[in-house]
Ligand binder design. Structure first.
Ligand SMILES: [Zn+2]
Length: 85
């Protein structure tokens, strides 16, 4: 069974190869999704954790994710690789 991967920036699942971020040399980056990380750099390098929380919340709400699951996800964001510092 393949391990389920989550983006270490936005927590969204990286379900398919086309959703995987890319390194500067074009190889897949296993930590981040395509929305967050492309060609070796973050697509929104200035975004703050608070802004990311709002962004993720909107995406989850748009997907009709239950509010308690959204809260859990938002609370987990600071533990992701990108936000640990
Ligand atoms: Zn992401």
């Amino acid at each position: 069974m393949q391990e389920k991967r989550f983006c270490q920036s936005c927590l969204l699942p990286i379900a398919t190869h086309s959703m995987t971020g890319t390194n500067a040399d074009g190889s897949p980056n296993k930590k981040f999704c395509w929305n967050c990380y492309r060609n070796g750099s973050f697509t929104a390098p200035e975004i703050t954790l608070q802004e990311m929380e709002q962004k993720v919340k909107k995406v989850l709400e748009a997907n009709q994710i239950p509010a308690n699951v959204i809260d859990l996800s938002i609370n987990y964001l600071p533990r992701l690789v990108r936000w640990r510092n």
